[in-house]
Design a binder for this molecule. Structure first.
Ligand code: HEM
Length: 453
């Protein structure tokens, strides 16, 4: 007798599979991001619209059942969103990351002791790779070091996708995503939202937005610029490719291996930075070029994307030579001896990467918020301020800390008697908020470690 299995009609005509993508093991890799040629230089066309939602958990601490139930709900919610919007720039990308307080408030020490990635110091596993963010030398006294439990980063070419998903996740009530009723997406009762931060990147938006809002300096922003400060910041050669920023990928940064629970995860730094655009554009093109890249650059104003290929890397000796010979340090040159590998290397996955390959990944975006669209912990001003919601990924928070100190450049400034306006571009920035997060692999994006309690 034939025992035919019932045919599964559910996935026969599935528009969400029109552009089929295999979800990467990391959350930070973005399938479908295309590459454009800018006067011979490859540049990634990153999603146009971005939002970050930060929150504290409203769950009771020490109640394993509640956390496990929350884990199941968030897993289902994210899966339901992704069953409607494809994992491409035309759908939506959601990255979930967790602050230090999540691991200390909700996960018992016997579990974190065993599973949290540890940074290597002289080859020995020491502190967690996730540590609190610090106040850097040039941060204002008013900087807020945040203590959120969780952060969600949304990206899409369509702003409405982001707004609809934020509404469905965090606002009670009946919701439609792309006109389709959704049942499992609302998880707002698990959180107390602390901020909503929104912005954009690319497609001439910085100039358009700044002119519309009459921001001083707007007319000087080059028409095609993807960020307020003019130069492209999504060079293929300036952004870590593939899974390079993951804890385990390159030997020497953490104790993680491809078999570890947090393999394919990484550390994320989130900050908000206000920019003095009028001050920045009071410099001429050459002075901006030198402070953004290095004082040896000669590209004309039509080059918004000067090559960042491995052979253009500035290592420490050259950086000091720049300071000695010209009295100027460029922003990316200040950090490349840390953000790039200083020798040919092989990853734990067998990929060979040449000297000068970048391992730090930036996914920052511009904003006109002052400081956020919604801020539960402080005031919001309606006066627009050009700025950046900075997001950077590195295998350890210790590496980020080292890079960010170099960006302030106090040591070299003292050594070579450099004025503030010649030390990268920190003179034109004011950072208002900071926090480090751990971004788990996609497989553990929902309340990591909860299932082990
Ligand atoms: C207003 C804020 C910022 C702007 C406009 C900005 C812009 C840029 C640009 C245009 C580049 C070179 C282009 C590229 O490589 O794609 C760059 C490189 C870089 N930025 Fe920033 N940046 C900002 C803040 C930061 C912060 C807060 C950090 C934190 C450490 C940072 C770290 C880096 C690093 C490490 C590189 C070099 C990457 C490499 O080539 O190895 N930036 N940035």
């Amino acid at each position: 007798m034939a025992t035919a299995t019932a045919f599964n009609w559910d996935t026969v005509v599935d528009y969400a599979k029109r552009t089929e993508t295999r979800p990467p093991k990391t959350q930070y890799e973005l399938p479908g991001v295309t590459v454009e040629d800018h006067l011979g230089v490859p540049v990634a066309v990153v999603p146009l619209w971005h939002a970050v939602v930060t929150a504290r958990l409203s769950l009771p601490q020490g109640e394993a059942k509640a956390l496990k139930r929350a884990q199941e709900r968030l897993t289902r919610a994210l899966e339901e969103v992704e069953s409607i919007y494809p994992l491409t720039p035309s759908g939506i990308f959601i990255q979930v990351a967790y602050g230090l307080p999540y691991f200390t408030d909700y996960i018992p020490a016997k579990i974190t002791d065993k599973f949290m990635p540890r940074a290597l110091d002289d080859g020995r596993a020491k502190d967690w790779a996730l540590i609190d963010a610090i106040k850097f030398p040039k941060d204002p006294a008013t900087i807020i070091l945040e203590h959120n439990h969780i952060s969600f980063h949304f990206k899409s070419d369509y702003n409405d996708h982001i707004s609809d998903v934020i509404r469905a996740l965090f606002h009670p009530g009946t919701h439609l995503l792309n006109g389709i009723p959704v049942e499992n997406v609302y998880v707002g009762d698990l959180f107390s939202v602390t901020s909503i931060r929104r912005g954009f990147a690319g497609r001439g938006m910085p100039r358009t937005m700044a002119q519309r809002l009459r921001i001083p300096g707007a007319d000087k922003i080059p028409a095609g610029a993807m960020l307020f400060m003019g130069f492209t910041s999504s060079h293929v050669h300036g952004l870590a490719q593939g899974n390079l920023p993951s804890f385990e990928t390159l030997p020497g940064y953490t104790d993680q291996t491809p078999e570890s629970y947090f393999a394919h995860g990484t550390i994320m730094h989130l900050s908000h930075i206000a920019i003095d655009l009028a001050g920045w554009y009071s410099l001429d093109h050459k002075d901006r070029l030198h402070r953004m890249f290095n004082p040896r650059r000669t590209e004309g104003p039509e080059h918004l994307s000067p090559s960042q290929a491995p052979e253009t890397t500035t290592f420490k000796e050259q950086l000091e030579e720049d300071a000695r010979a010209t009295g100027i340090l460029g922003h990316n040159a200040q950090m490349q001896f840390l953000s790039r590998v200083d020798k040919n290397m092989t990853t734990v996955y067998g990929e060979e990467i040449p000297k000068g390959t970048v391992i730090f990944l930036r996914q920052d975006f511009d904003t006109v918020e002052n400081p956020f669209e919604f801020n539960a912990d402080g005031p919001v001003s309606p006066v627009p301020v050009p700025g950046v919601h900075f997001i950077g990924f590195a295998p350890t928070a210790q590496l980020f800390e080292k890079m960010r100190k170099e960006m302030d450049g106090v040591e070299l400034q003292k050594k070579y008697n450099l004025p503030n306006e010649n030390t990268g571009f920190t003179k034109f920035l004011v950072t208002t908020h900071r926090q480090n997060y751990l971004e788990p692999p996609r497989a553990h994006r929902s309340f990591p470690l909860a299932e082990l309690i």
